[in-house]
Design a protein around this ligand. Structure first.
Ligand SMILES: Cc1ncc(COP(=O)(O)OP(=O)(O)O)c(N)n1
Ligand SMILES: Cc1ncsc1CCOP(=O)(O)O
Ligand SMILES: [Mg+2]
Length: 213
């Protein structure tokens, strides 16, 4: 069993990720947090900078009320201006550039897709968590290649929190936790659910077996 070498993230749990504009965005985020999400990412691939800024600002406040880290997808300037961390993929800026803008305390997470070599490289560059996936075909990102589950197990040796993403549902999640995922990153099975709080709670319960609510 490996130990975490350097982590700003404590524990395990659900990483809820928003998916673009919606009229009830703030209520949806609040429901996910009330349901037990332990990390929240603002992911909005639109180009409406003004709306993105005001939404990120409000969501960062909501996360602060729940004491849950707030992460911005792709956009380091928006992360800096809203006091958040950032998630970086292969199309995004380097960890060094993000770190220079956000400082040593900010959470910087990275996409490793299915590559343990990329994970090793990014761990060396100072990533705070390593995300792998898609683990299953994803309704949100249908063209994302599917990664093998054992990449999660291999990545444990790198000593950072491991995030699994892509097509995760309550019914297919258990094997990912067993393979080594510390966090399950979920878009549609939370934010497209008719009852977001209950959907998140069902996921969160996977990390707390035996708790009777
Ligand atoms: C936790 C987490 N993992 C992976 C991604 C995907 O990042 P990326 O490959 O940059 O793709 P986009 O999300 O930017 O379309 C993520 N956002 N979060
Ligand atoms: C951003 C991203 N990267 C790989 S899959 C994915 C989307 C995950 O969304 P869903 O939980 O709906 O499959
Ligand atoms: Mg990206």
């Amino acid at each position: 069993m490996s130990t975490l070498i350097r982590s700003k993230l404590s524990g395990k749990g659900i990483y809820a990720i928003t998916n673009g504009p919606r009229d009830d965005l703030f209520a949806a985020v609040e429901a996910a947090l009330a349901g037990g999400a332990r990390l929240l990412q603002y992911r909005d691939k639109t180009a409406d900078a003004e709306r993105r800024r005001s939404e990120a600002d409000e969501i960062s406040r909501i996360c602060a009320r729940y004491n849950v880290p707030f992460i911005v997808n792709d956009d380091v300037a928006l992360a800096r201006d809203t006091g958040g961390g950032v998630h970086l993929g292969r199309e995004d800026v380097s960890i060094a550039e993000a770190r220079a803008a956000l400082g040593p305390d900010a959470i910087i997470g990275v996409s490793c897709y299915g590559s343990i070599e990329r994970a090793r490289q990014l761990q060396g560059e100072g990533a705070d968590y390593l995300a792998f996936g898609a683990m299953y075909p994803s309704p949100t990102k249908p063209h994302a290649p599917v990664a093998p589950h054992d990449v999660l197990t291999q990545a444990k040796a790198l000593g950072l929190p491991i995030v699994a993403i892509g097509g995760i549902t309550v019914d297919n999640a258990r094997v990912l936790i067993d393979a080594g995922a510390d966090y399950l990153a979920v878009v549609s099975a939370i934010f497209a659910a008719p009852d977001i709080q209950t959907a998140t709670r069902r996921f969160a319960d996977l990390f707390e077996p035996g708790i009777i609510r």
